[in-house]
Ligand binder design. Structure first.
Ligand code: C5P
Length: 317
């Protein structure tokens, strides 16, 4: 007879950041969300989330952006772990260590990546063996952007962004991200878009605000054509983010002038994402942006990369 496997003492999961290659925002819905059509790409900036049994719920931040991680009960990783423990009636209390390398409140789904990582880590810690679609359903309860870091790669998002469909793509793309010191609040940026749309007598709830992604972008991805993808990048939230932070427009224009194939606000910002031709071009652009003094924190990454995955699960000695 074989002994039952010993449960791991702690589990570490790595989850990627995202950039929206295209983000089309439709009408404001009665539930306060907007219909979206978006294309996500997972990029090689990662958070690592470790969960271990403990005597009180706690978040322990580490890594590049440790000082900006919220440690209270509103932290999405804790909410993710509690969601699983409540649904499966598990009494364990966890310590959650977050090694934070994805900018906080930057429009790169850093909090969502932590929630996705915590779901997968708890699934392993507690030996639940959840299917990917069960995890995706839990993820959607936590936030519109949480299902994508579980999936990774390239995907089209619809609904409020949480309904995913795979997207055919070829090749690797090279990105430069210009990161701001102070984050932007996602609801605030959507509210600003509604305000801009309502100015001049418009209506943010008008169904004419259609949410469809462009065939040019899909074709560029299928061909692995960075030049064409650079031209097709589009974010309806750009203008709202520029309205709240005019310096972001200056930054975007400077990056394009320095040779980026295209630039846009990442998600709801304030990170500005630039697509470049090659790894070398991304190095050159980073140097130019740093010298311009428009931005101090510059990160490079490639995409697409895989979604959340277990990197270690230590078992009792
Ligand atoms: O789903 P999540 O909690 O990440 O959304 C945060 C906020 O962003 C929402 O409360 C809403 O104000 C805004 N949002 C939206 N439409 C979406 C996604 C988010 O208006 N599709």
């Amino acid at each position: 007879m074989t002994a039952a496997p010993t449960p791991p003492r702690s589990v570490t999961v790595r989850a990627p950041a995202k950039v929206n290659l295209e983000l089309r925002v439709g009408a404001l819905r009665p539930d306060g969300y907007h219909d979206l059509a978006t294309v996500f790409q997972a990029v090689s900036l990662y958070d690592e989330v470790s969960v271990a049994r403990w005597d009180e719920w706690q978040v322990v931040p580490g890594g590049t952006y440790a000082d900006r991680v919220p440690t209270g009960t509103g932290n999405l990783a804790i909410r993710a772990a509690k969601l699983i423990s409540e649904q499966w009636d598990i009494d364990d209390v966890l310590s959650i260590h977050i090694d934070k390398d994805i900018p906080v409140a930057g429009g790169m789904a850093g909090g969502s990546a932590d929630a996705a990582a915590a779901l997968l880590a708890c699934d392993h810690l507690w030996g639940l063996g959840l299917e990917r679609d069960e995890l995706a359903e839990l993820a959607a309860e936590l936030g519109s952007d949480v299902p994508f870091p579980l999936a990774g790669g390239n995907a089209m998002g619809s609904g409020r962004g949480e309904q995913l469909a795979p997207v055919l793509a070829r090749g690797t793309f090279h990105w430069v991200f210009a990161i701001s010191d102070t984050g932007l609040s996602t609801p605030e940026v959507y509210r600003e878009l509604d305000r801009l749309r309502s100015a001049d007598g418009g209506d943010a709830r008008d169904p004419a605000h259609s949410a469809d992604v462009s065939s040019e972008l899909m074709a560029a991805l299928r061909r692995g054509d960075a030049q064409a993808l650079g031209k097709a990048l589009h974010n309806d939230l750009d203008e709202a983010a520029f309205s709240l932070r005019p310096e972001l427009r200056v930054l975007r224009d400077a990056g394009v002038e320095f040779g980026a194939l295209g630039g846009l606000v990442s998600g709801s910002g304030p990170t500005v994402a630039f697509l470049t031709e090659s790894h070398e071009a991304s190095l050159d652009l980073s140097v130019s942006l740093a010298a311009s003094d428009l931005c101090r924190d510059i990160r490079r990454a490639r995409g697409p990369v895989h979604g959340a995955h277990v990197v270690s699960g230590s078992r009792p000695d």
